[in-house]
Each structure stands twice: as structure tokens, then as C-alpha cells.
Design a protein around this ligand. Structure first.
Ligand code: HEC
Ligand code: HEC
Length: 303
């Protein structure tokens, strides 16, 4: 009797196709793609411009680690051009866009060295060839659950922060008034209310409440890290409880919004603010900041 395994075949095809891409483009970071002198230049820039946030040993401090499994999981099987772009276009986080392409490439050489990729005899070039070189972590080095695309702070700023602000605004704005947001052709452009003209005020309050209720479980996604590189403490009972309270507050806000009663929504804003605050008191707002790290981000995400 013969068995066929469709899923096994699919997995195999995927592995083969990944390696075909690398084979076609030719090179991987296993082949000595930078020089020691170049990594040393990168090291100098790193110490001056990156270490304060990412840690002297690249192990993470108030920003994520730039070496080890957590780092390799993000960048494995991706062209080096992605990593150089990330550095040149968004780092250092306080003054992005100030590094030259060459500096960002040297920094990448330093990061490769720190992750134990061997140096070679030719420098990594700051040109299109970066797209043809794949970061290929040694077997097992990038092991672990795949990381979700955002760190915890990004999820907070991208979803919970704008959604709860929208609901808090019901205190000053009546969603029943047809106050239209930005529309194509308007000369005054606001990033925050772009597209808001499409839905009525009350609908926007509905959707913000839904966003809070639906996104609260994202705070429990395994594998997510906080901005400082620590794992989100998803197994801690108090963390789970705070997450549940946030989801409940989102549901309550939705019910209130559906009643189209402004006072009911205003009342529920307290429950939302409390749910956020209760967790922040324990896991975010840490005393003992320093000049480099005024809000003590390095201590976040531990009770
Ligand atoms: C003011 C603090 C700060 C400084 C200085 C800084 N970074 Fe970052 N960096 C961050 C934060 C916060 C993140 C996480 C958010 C993000 O990915 O944009 C990050 C993310 C990164 C990432 C992506 C990490 C990952 O696993 O996804 C890389 C690579 C990086 N930084 C490189 C650098 C380099 C190289 C420098 C120096 C030129 C630098 N950073 C300076 C704060 C900083
Ligand atoms: C279960 C715990 C928890 C809950 C619930 C929670 N937060 Fe957070 N929040 C955090 C932690 C921890 C951080 C720091 C994240 C990091 O550094 O990666 C954070 C960071 C933030 C930030 C970024 C602050 C900065 O440094 O820029 C904002 C904004 C934020 N939260 C808003 C909210 C809002 C609004 C709510 C409620 C709707 C909420 N949070 C609910 C734990 C929580």
C-alpha cells in the first residue's frame, strides 16, 4: 500500500524553493561577505551611535538585541539590502536618515561579525549587490517560534493608542454631529483623520471599540518582544488578567457606542483608561530613569 502526504510534499517544495532563490542569486552570509577592517569601522560607528539604545554587547537595552536567535529570526533568509535599509532609513531612532549608505553597510558588517558569520577578503559593497546576498543563519541559530512583525510598543502605538484616543475624544466631540474628516481634495491634511470622512462619527467610535476588544489578545501572542528585547510576559497571570480587562473594556465601549448615547460612551472611557493604567503601572511606567533612558525603558516588561 502507498501513502502520499500532500503536506510533506508542500513543505519540501517550500524548502527547495527557498534554497533555489539563494542558489540563483548566488551568495549567502556563510561565504565571508565582509572584511574585518570593515566590521571594525562599523564597530566604531556602533559604539558612538547605537550602543546607548541597543547595548554595548548588542544584547539589547532599551531597544532590541542585534545579535542572537531573536535577531536572526527576524532577518534570516532575507537579503542584506533589507537590513541595510532598516539601518540607513530608520536608525538611529532619534535621528534617522543621517547615516550614509556606506556607514549602514559597515554597520551591517559589524552585526554579521557579532553574529559569528566569518569575514572574507572582500568588503561588503554599498550597492545593488546587497540584494543578492541572503542572510543565512547556521542550522538551529534562528530556532524558536517565528516572531510577529511588531514589538509590543509598536502594537500599542499602532492600535491601542489611536483607538482609545478616538473614544476619549467623545468627551469633547459629539459623534452624532456629521463632522466630516479629511476627504480627497481638502487642502488641510491630517494624518490622523485621513479617510475619516468615509464613515460617520458613531461608526468610527464603533470601530475603535472593536479594535480594542479584538486586538487585546495580540498582547498574548507568543514570541513577541518588548522594545527592549525582553519577551512579552504572556504566561504571567496578572498580565493575562490585564489583557482580559482591556478586551472587556473594548466590548463595553462597543455596547455603549451601539446605544448611540454619548454619555454612555463617556462613562466607559474610564474603564478603558483604568485597564490600560493597571497594566502600565506594573509593566511600563518604571521609576529610576537615566539621562540616556529617561523613562527607564530598559526595565519595562518585567513586574
Ligand atoms: C534612541 C534609541 C536607538 C538608537 C540610538 C538606535 N536604535 Fe535601532 N532600534 C531602536 C528601537 C526602539 C528599535 C525597535 C523598533 C524598530 O524596529 O524600529 C530599533 C530597531 C533596530 C533594528 C531592527 C531590529 C530587529 O530585530 O528588528 C536594527 C537592525 C537597528 N535598530 C539598528 C540600529 C543601528 C545600527 C543603530 C546605530 C546607527 C541604531 N539602531 C540606533 C532604537 C534605537
Ligand atoms: C497587559 C499590559 C498592557 C495593557 C493592557 C496595555 N498596555 Fe500599553 N504598554 C504596555 C507595556 C509593557 C508597554 C511598553 C512596551 C514596550 O516597551 O515594548 C506599553 C506601551 C504603551 C505605549 C507606548 C509608550 C511609549 O513609550 O511610546 C502606549 C501608547 C500604550 N502602551 C498605550 C496603551 C493603551 C491606550 C492601552 C489601553 C487601551 C494599553 N496601552 C494597554 C503594557 C500594556
Amino acid at each position: 500500500m502507498r501513502f502520499t502526504c500532500a503536506a510533506c510534499a508542500a513543505t519540501l517544495a517550500l524548502v527547495v524553493s527557498t534554497w533555489t532563490v539563494i542558489a540563483q542569486t548566488g551568495r549567502t552570509t556563510a561565504e565571508g561577505v565582509y572584511t574585518d577592517a570593515q566590521a571594525a569601522r562599523g564597530n566604531t560607528t556602533y559604539d558612538a551611535q547605537c550602543a546607548a539604545c541597543h547595548g554595548v554587547a548588542l544584547a539589547g537595552a532599551l531597544a532590541p538585541p542585534l545579535t542572537g536567535a531573536a535577531f536572526l529570526r527576524v532577518w534570516d533568509r532575507r537579503p542584506l539590502a533589507d537590513l541595510v535599509d532598516k539601518i540607513q532609513k530608520t536608525m538611529p531612532a532619534t535621528s534617522p536618515g543621517t547615516l550614509s549608505r556606506m556607514q549602514a553597510t559597515d554597520l551591517t558588517a559589524y552585526l554579521l561579525k557579532a553574529s559569528a558569520f566569518e569575514a572574507g577578503s572582500a568588503e561588503l559593497r554599498a550597492d545593488e549587490s546587497l540584494s543578492g546576498i541572503m542572510l543565512a543563519a547556521p542550522a538551529g541559530a534562528a530556532a524558536g517560534a517565528p516572531s510577529p512583525p511588531g514589538n509590543l510598543a509598536q502594537v500599542m502605538r499602532g492600535i491601542l493608542f489611536p483607538s482609545s484616543n478616538l473614544i476619549f475624544n467623545v468627551q469633547n466631540q459629539d459623534p452624532g454631529q456629521q463632522k466630516m474628516g479629511w476627504q480627497p481634495g481638502d487642502t488641510s491634511f491630517g494624518w490622523a483623520d485621513w479617510g475619516a470622512g468615509i464613515y460617520s462619527g458613531w461608526e468610527l467610535v464603533d470601530y475603535a471599540a472593536i479594535a480594542i476588544a479584538e486586538s487585546a489578545p495580540l498582547l498574548l501572542t507568543p514570541g513577541r518582544r518588548c522594545e527592549n528585547g525582553r519577551p512579552v510576559p504572556v504566561d504571567r497571570p496578572d498580565w493575562i488578567q490585564f489583557t482580559r480587562e482591556t478586551a472587556d473594556a473594548g466590548r463595553a465601549a462597543y455596547r455603549a457606542s451601539q446605544s448611540r448615547d454619548r454619555d454612555a460612551v463617556i462613562e466607559v472611557t474610564n474603564a478603558i483608561a483604568d485597564a490600560c493604567l493597571r497594566c502600565h503601572e506594573v509593566y511600563r511606567d518604571k521609576p529610576g530613569g537615566t539621562t540616556v533612558d529617561p523613562s527607564n525603558k530598559a526595565a519595562r516588561c518585567i513586574p
